[in-house]
Design a protein around this ligand. Sequence first.
Ligand SMILES: Cc1cc2nc3c(=O)[nH]c(=O)nc-3n(C[C@H](O)[C@H](O)[C@H](O)COP(=O)(O)OP(=O)(O)OC[C@H]3O[C@@H](n4cnc5c(N)ncnc54)[C@H](O)[C@@H]3O)c2cc1C
Length: 532
Amino acid sequence: MNTDVLIIGAGPTGLALACQLIRYGVRFVILDQKPGITQLSKALGVQARTLEIYEQIGLADPAVELGKPADKIRLIAAGKVHEGFDLSAMGQGMSPYPYMLVLEQSKNEQILYDYLQQHQQTVLWETTLESFSQSNTGVQAVVRRGEGESQTVHAQYLVGCDGASSQVRQSLGLSFLGSTFERLFYVADTQIDWDLDHDTLHSCLARDSFIFFFPMPGERRWRILGNLPEQSAAAQGETEMAASALEQWVQDQTGLPLAITEINWFSTYRVHTRRVDQFSQGRCFLAGDSAHVHTPAGGQGMNTGIQDAYNLAWKLAMVLQQAQASLLDTYNQERLANAKNLVDTTDKMFEFEAGSNWLVSFVRTLLLPPLAKYIFRLDLVQRGLFSLVSQIGISYPESRLSLKTSTDSVFKVRAGDRLPYVVIAGESLYERLKAPKFHLLTFTNDAEAAAAAAQAQIDETLIDRLVLPLLPAVTDAFGCRDGFSLLLRPDNHIGFIAQTQVGDRLAEYFTHCLQLADFKPAPRSVTQAAAP
Ligand SMILES: Cc1cc2nc3c(=O)[nH]c(=O)nc-3n(C[C@H](O)[C@H](O)[C@H](O)COP(=O)(O)OP(=O)(O)OC[C@H]3O[C@@H](n4cnc5c(N)ncnc54)[C@H](O)[C@@H]3O)c2cc1C
């Protein structure tokens, strides 16, 4: 078997990578040792940035239809359910999806898998990676289908999306350093009879335990996530927990009357926070849980894997077509920095939710519950939290692919940032950025400059061009009152933003940042188009 990219693992990360490679017309093989996509709900929270990525390939609508935005949150402390606060519009104006969508992992995987099948692709199920080796020219992987004979797959590149115990990572000898929390955590998909609103996420913050109740699609269905006392049967090694025992524990912690009538899935686990110190070696890459695992705080895991895939796919495509292999170094540079932040932030969030430090515990159980409704109504808090948790705030300012210009200080956004969400004449700008290419955007109200920008010759196989009016929404989002241009990477992160010299910047970007040897500089008219 010969292919360009061999993807090991068809969890959300591997499936997302395969979907992206379809967009770029890259040949790939994806395999998984399981018989099919997961049937477990696992990850529940789909963040805004993931929905934006889904939108680009036409998958946001089915996801939103199947899921349910997390509307409200209410805190429970000492038998009291405090007044809630709204989550449904937390990111209003910041994303077309200003909320976290509750949609379990199994359904996300189904949506991605359907996309593969609609494009005449499939996963080689029940196929296990046995071993692999790499040379300067490619990767040879030995795989086994079911009980059949082993066979060799020859690929240009291999991507290990094979989860936390990644064989690819281990074979590459990459470290996976970090720590394991001492306490035992559990997750249960349940049916609960109680008086709480089913459109509301509830969080019970107790002195030495926490419980989250996520409303799930379906009548009275709730995902419970929390930690157990060390002396509980489950903590002593039992893998099941009777509904009555769980009911007793939840009742004791919340102080609320309730009946757990069904447990569809129960699992205990120790929480690890670990990451690699490099995402790649030679022609082999890691993405998703194979490269980073962390606490469930903030619902980041699945989303981060999908974004790793999104970052890697266009770079693989360009290198397979025309760019120098060194472009792939930027995957490691950008996503490693992100993984470091992710592990730090989720550790801190988790310490606050579940840590035993007396001061943190005092704030969590006594101060926060009555004050939360005021704190979380503050615009600054809402925007800051949304930007962090939704992953729209992820930026790569230090990357080689983020070109600084002399007019940077004029703008509110920087090279490396995701393009801000802007609505122009009632239409989201993202609607016009679905082609798997670079985009050169020029915002101007000057008719002459607009005409020049529209006619300027650029390599249209590589770059799409948009000339747009400089409306107040644009000025607000970018912080600039005069005409300007920006280059967007295929993953909608800004390559550069500038008021002048766009033609020169384009040439600099493609020859130095992307290292495309035969890039032809754009004519000066692009420069003029951006002039105020
Ligand atoms: C209880 C729980 C709650 C969670 N909640 C959230 C949440 O709300 N939001 C969120 O974003 N994340 C959440 N997560 C994390 C999320 O589930 C993971 O981050 C996500 O599954 C990682 O996806 P992945 O594709 O990288 O790895 P995985 O889903 O682990 O997939 C790896 C795949 O590789 C295959 N594989 C492994 N080795 C081989 C081999 N040698 N050959 C062939 N195939 C192989 C496996 O069969 C598997 O299908 C949660 C996780 C758990 C357990």
